[in-house]
Design a protein around this ligand. Structure first.
Ligand SMILES: Nc1nc2c(c(=O)[nH]1)N[C@H]1C(S)=C(S)[C@@H](COP(=O)(O)O)O[C@H]1N2
Ligand SMILES: [Mo]
Length: 502
């Protein structure tokens, strides 16, 4: 028997069962206290901005899956040391398991909203992990003295395999329990006080391959610092409005829904989006005017920042002057006719037209603190990102795809453009191979805060061609050709793609 290998697997296998059991317990109590998620969140918090940027650029929405996976792999690798220790003295193995659990518990406890009960999943991990370790040791103990007795050897391998199956089952059960809790889709939202007309049909049918005029919730981009999707109970959720205000208050979900609701069509985009990138979406949001909440609290003149805090303690800063300049800033509870999906901030999030999401769109928000930039810095501010970041006007080619092979003849070039500035999207132009800029046809308008679809019919001739687009807003400002990376205040430049016509 390759006993070294078997002994090295004892720690990871026992650890996996412990972690999975802890995940299930956390699913029922506090999901973010699950050791895997707690350690992962701490790692994310301490990842340098360039690395995070790189992860978002390369793995997109899978960046978290990759990160959790890496944390798991590292933990399991470290735990290969547990088996040999335990083989010499079982108590040493158990002590090593407990040490790992202490690390996890520390991570869980350093989360801003953590309570003392958040150590429970880590304790479960230690107890279950140690128990499984001791069980496997006993099986191994029986196998070794008569190292030829294949029955015992088989027992060890079966024990290991069984433990892996148990770990997978517990982990999956945890994942499902988290999903089942308090389903947002069971909530019925009241209608807006002042309903707005339905959006006109876009170019979805006429221009195959174009972004739909309204982004379906299921395909709306997702960008946040969370590994898990926070599971917030609407019944126990509270929003506090405090800081430099005359009348601080907290409000629950039902009372929030009793306030007048507005509905707005707003395009949301991420500062990390590169020109032509995928982190942009457009939806109809239902919610309470941010102004109504601020008025109720009575904002003092000295405040210049709204520091919003999410359920995990993550903070986002918004310039008060911009949020309160009359734009349709809102605390949204609905997205495209349904309650906010968990991924997009259930039960409530901020949506502020014209500002990148990282300074405006706090999901799972629990607190709005009126403060000053001198007194408090939010998550991304501490990481060097801009505090004042209006969305740069931009446009994207959706079809044809970059490097697509086309047939000569009529080709429809189409995409979307946004300019949440004066007058919205006034014009989109297309350029082929560095020729003149040609005005494209615009789809219907959904208002200045909403993107606009566009298309241009092109007679494609054989060869390789470069296609570009640019937008002009209502005040005559043209999308800038100056290339800028997302950091620190959003990308700029002109998207150009190459296609081959055969
Ligand atoms: N609580 C919380 N809210 C957040 C974030 C976050 O990391 N945590 N990310 C912000 C960023 S960077 C963007 S671009 C938008 C994205 O919103 P979406 O995921 O619903 O598309 O949410 C914002 N709100
Ligand atoms: Mo973002």
């Amino acid at each position: 028997m390759r006993s070294r290998i078997v002994i090295a697997t004892l720690g990871p296998v026992a650890g996996a069962v412990g972690l999975a059991a802890a995940h299930l317990v956390a699913a029922v109590t506090t999901p973010s206290a699950s050791p895997v998620l707690a350690v992962g969140e701490v790692v994310i918090d301490h990842t340098p901005t360039p690395v995070k940027e790189w992860a978002i650029a390369h793995f997109g929405t899978h960046d978290k899956t990759i990160l959790t996976g890496s944390v798991l792999v590292v933990v399991l690798l470290v735990s290969t040391a547990v088996g040999p220790l335990a083989r010499r003295r079982p108590t040493h193995g158990v002590a090593a398991m407990c040490l790992l659990a202490v690390v996890a518990a520390t991570c869980a406890l350093t989360r801003p909203t953590a309570g003392p009960l958040d150590v429970v999943p880590s304790v479960v991990a230690a107890v279950v992990g140690s128990g499984v370790l001791l069980l496997l040791l006993r099986l191994l103990g029986r196998a070794t003295p008569a190292d030829g007795v294949s029955g015992s050897r088989r027992a060890v391998l079966l024990g290991l395999a069984g433990a892996v199956v148990v770990a997978a089952a517990l982990g999956e059960a945890g994942r499902r329990v988290i999903r089942l809790r308090d389903r947002p889709e069971d909530i019925k939202l009241p209608p807006p006080a002042d309903p707005i007309p339905a959006l006109p049909a876009g170019l979805d049918r006429t221009v195959p391959g174009i972004s739909p005029f309204v982004t379906p919730n299921g395909s709306f981009y997702r960008v946040d610092t969370r590994l898990d999707v926070p599971v917030v109970d609407s019944s126990s959720w509270r929003l506090a409005v405090d800081g430099m205000v005359d009348r601080p208050f907290t409000i629950g979900f039902d009372d929030l829904l009793a306030m007048p609701l507005i509905e707005r069509d707003i395009t949301l985009t991420c500062v990390s989006n590169s020109v032509g990138g995928p982190y942009v979406g457009a939806a109809r949001w239902l919610g309470v005017r941010l102004g109504d909440l601020l008025d109720r609290a009575g904002v003092q003149r000295t405040a210049d920042q709204i520091l919003s805090t999410d359920v995990g303690g993550m903070t986002i800063s918004t310039p008060l002057a911009l949020a309160a300049d009359g734009r349709d800033a809102m605390l949204a509870v609905g997205m495209n006719g349904v309650p906010l999906p968990r991924e997009h901030g259930f039960p409530a999030r901020l949506v502020i037209p014209g500002l990148y999401g990282f300074i405006s769109a706090t999901k799972w928000v629990t607190r709005l603190t009126l403060t000053t930039y001198d007194d408090a810095s939010a998550y991304w501010t501490k990481r060097g990102w801009a505090t004042d970041a209006p969305i740069k006007i931009s446009s994207r080619i959706d079809t044809p795809r970059s490097l697509q092979q086309l047939r000569a003849g009529d080709v429809v070039i189409g995409g979307v453009a946004w300019a949440q500035t004066d007058g919205g999207v006034a014009k989109v132009e297309v350029r082929i191979d560095g020729g003149p800029w040609i005005t494209a046809h615009l789809g219907p308008s959904g208002g200045n805060d909403y993107w606009r679809q566009w298309f241009h019919r092109w007679h494609a001739t054989p060869g390789t061609h470069m296609l570009s687009c640019r937008v002009t807003d209502g005040s005559g400002d043209v999308q800038s050709p100056a290339r800028a990376l997302p950091f620190p205040s959003g990308s700029s430049g002109i998207q150009s793609i190459t296609v081959t016509v055969g």
